[in-house]
Design a protein around this ligand. Structure first.
Ligand SMILES: [Mn+2]
Length: 286
């Protein structure tokens, strides 16, 4: 199989509601990895969003979704790393890799949130709280019809997830999922890798919403959520996943451009996420 490694810059912000600064965040992250060739997804400039079918900004979000589908169909990647923007930027990239690899793909969901709402259950209507549920085959009919594939619940591992809406918690409980707790990962960053090894996982997609980090460690976020990972634990976790598994894709999302020290930390996460070992890939003591 011919290999094609693609890096996608997808500065979609509408999934987070009225937060256009997430587009700048995506571009800042791309600047932090100037050695990579970023394919930029053109996004709608729309500043005013309306709710349709329970989704805020549904019209531009659907347009973006179809743009990414066409882009990936024209040049199907075998490995795909996406910079958001909001978490929903990863919807098509994950579905496309899952269409290629099927059940041998495991989705590691590193996030403070489950993103498991449907348009009907979402308290906010923001689409970035819904991508994982759509990837599991439930939600907006037009979105689902457009996705190249959906995942089985057994392909998903939640880690660092700590703020679930009641309908999301009910879904997690119904699947029998037990998220790997942030406290567990801070004590033992290899806990996710250990679990995946036990399950026989080989190929991974690593979703990384920066809000998986504790706000005392990283605060350049739209939704800082207490009780998260230390930077050191996250860097060790990512390094461990790249060492033990074939990471065929990933997403890095929800960066709200911040001060220089925050950007330095974002750069460290970015390099670990893409699997690059460098001098700055160093565990920082707190
Ligand atoms: Mn999140």
């Amino acid at each position: 199989m011919e290999q094609f490694l693609m890096y996608l810059l997808f500065p979609q912000w509408q999934g987070a509601g009225h937060l256009p600064a997430l587009a700048q965040g995506a571009r800042r992250l791309a600047h932090l990895a100037p050695d990579l060739s970023w394919h930029e997804v053109p996004i709608t400039a729309t500043e005013s969003l309306t709710v349709q079918g329970g989704i805020l900004g549904r019209a531009p979000l659907l347009r973006h979704l179809k743009t990414v589908l066409a882009l990936l169909a024209a040049q199907p990647p075998t490995r795909l790393f996406t910079l958001g923007g909001d978490c929903a930027a990863e919807l098509v990239p994950i579905a496309a890799l899952n269409a290629r690899y099927g059940p041998e793909l495991t989705l590691v969901w590193l996030d403070a949130h489950g993103d498991l709402n449907t348009p009907a259950s979402s308290p906010s209507g923001t689409f970035h709280g819904m991508p994982l549920r759509h990837l599991l085959g439930e939600g907006d009919a037009e979105v689902l019809a457009a996705l190249p594939s959906t995942l089985r619940p057994s392909q998903v591992v939640l880690a660092g997830v700590r703020e679930l809406d009641p309908p999301e918690q009910a879904y997690v409980d119904a699947q029998g999922w037990i998220p790997v707790a942030a406290a567990t990962l801070n004590a033992q960053p290899t806990a996710v890798g250990d679990l995946l090894t036990q399950r026989g996982a080989r190929k991974l997609y690593v979703h990384l919403d920066l809000d998986v980090l504790d706000p005392t460690e990283f605060s350049a976020l739209g939704w800082p959520t207490p009780g998260g990972l230390t930077l050191g634990a996250l860097l060790s976790l990512l390094k461990d996943l790249h060492a033990r598994f074939e990471v065929v894709g990933g997403g890095l999302t929800e960066y709200l451009p911040g001060a220089a020290d925050q950007e330095e930390r974002a750069a460290q996460v970015l390099h670990a996420w893409r699997g690059q070992e460098g001098e700055d890939d160093v565990v920082i003591a707190d």
